[in-house]
Design a protein around this ligand. Structure first.
Ligand SMILES: Cc1cc2nc3c(=O)[nH]c(=O)nc-3n(C[C@H](O)[C@H](O)[C@H](O)COP(=O)(O)O)c2cc1C
Length: 338
């Protein structure tokens, strides 16, 4: 799949996620492989334009991190245009507009999914960003504001008319938040109407859900969010099954390698130990899914008081696990008894 001249190969995209998809998490996912495009979390356009340090840090990219999208949000067309220009200057291959965020904080200022209720403002914003950047420009939205107002097909059409070069549609409405009843027809309708690439988003967690989304909607690519936190190997697994690419073995050693590697990366990046530990806990508790005795590791990680303690506990867990896998049935006995 191409977004203008940007190849997205394989057509599997890491979703923008606030507090998750910073440079270290994107490195982790790229290091595992199978992802065709990664994205920053949403960044206030005005903060990027004014070069506020916190916003610039969110937009920091690795030199070899291409293709990469920087996502901006806001409500003022001029501010969004300026933020998009700044994103381009910082090295974004693609600039994306957030029209899907359901958070009250963002919607209260007419940003995020609230724009789906204000199509004329949305049009002015899309037009302003289009005029401001030379790189491809994309829009991410939900299927509508609520189940009675699923206007993604009309809105996506407007985006295409105004020069957007791809749209991503999360099948949920704003009212669904992260619940709702899975409904893929609206995304299929967007795909039927548009000639630009359409990216499907929402609850892709494995090969079966990926296949279903491609088949049911005819979409050009998939965007994966929470599924990639739980299982950052998901891109490789889907690529192997649906495209071409090596098979992936996600055993205990691979989980340990990625978990500790990620730990080192965030320690290096975060100024405070507390911040690094918090971020690591947030991500690593998901890695324990599917591991034998994974609940113990989850507990170990969540209760660690310091970086050193967390590292020691993880190393001890995996040592036990290796012994257990080698046939020592009692390797976890003392832990299970306590
Ligand atoms: C922790 C978290 C943070 C998110 N932050 C953003 C964001 O910054 N920008 C955005 O467009 N969507 C954001 N989203 C929404 C995701 O990009 C995605 O649309 C949603 O999670 C559905 O996809 P999934 O089922 O694959 O997770 C966020 C979701 C989560 C769980």
């Amino acid at each position: 799949m191409h977004i203008r001249d940007v190849a997205v190969d394989p057509p599997l995209i890491l979703a923008p996620m606030e507090g998750v998809t910073d440079i270290t998490f994107r490195r982790l996912v790229r290091g595992i492989g199978g992802v065709g495009l990664v994205c920053t979390e949403f960044i206030p356009a005005s903060g990027l334009a004014e070069d506020i340090e916190r916003c610039r840090a969110l937009a920091e990219l690795d030199e070899d991190e291409h293709p990469v999208t920087i996502q901006v949000y806001g409500r003022e067309p001029e501010a969004l245009a300026a933020g998009a220009r700044a994103a381009q200057a910082l090295g974004a291959d693609i600039v994306d507009l957030n029209m899907g965020c359901p958070s009250k904080k963002v919607c209260a200022h007419s940003g995020g999914s609230a724009l789906m209720k204000e199509p004329e403002l949305a049009r002015a914003i899309v037009r302003a960003i289009r005029a401001a950047v030379d790189v491809p420009f994309t829009v991410k939205m939900r299927s509508g504001w609520d189940p009675a107002h699923k206007n993604a097909p009309e809105l996506a059409w407007m985006c295409q008319e105004e020069g957007a070069e791809a749209v991503t549609v999360h099948w949920r409405t704003r009212a669904d938040l992260y619940g709702g009843e899975r409904e893929l027809d609206t995304v299929a309708e967007v795909k039927r109407r548009l000639s630009i690439p359409v990216v499907f988003n929402g609850d892709i967690v494995d090969v079966d859900s990926a296949r279903e989304a491609f088949v049911h909607t005819g979409c050009d690519a998939l965007m994966i969010g929470r599924g990639a936190i739980r299982n950052p190997w998901v891109f490789q697994q889907i690529r192997h099954a649906l495209f071409d690419g090596p098979a992936v073995v996600v055993d205990a050693s691979e989980k340990e390698r990625v978990l500790l590697g990620y730990f080192d990366a965030i320690l290096h990046r975060f100024r405070s130990e507390k911040g690094a530990l918090g971020r690591w806990k947030k991500i690593s508790k998901h890695f324990t899914d599917g591991l034998p005795h994974g609940a113990l590791l989850k507990d170990d990680v969540l209760h660690a008081q310091s970086v050193a303690e967390a590292r020691d506990r993880v190393a001890a867990f995996f040592e036990r696990l290796r012994a257990w896998e080698a046939g020592d049935a009692d390797a976890f006995a003392s832990r299970l008894a306590s």
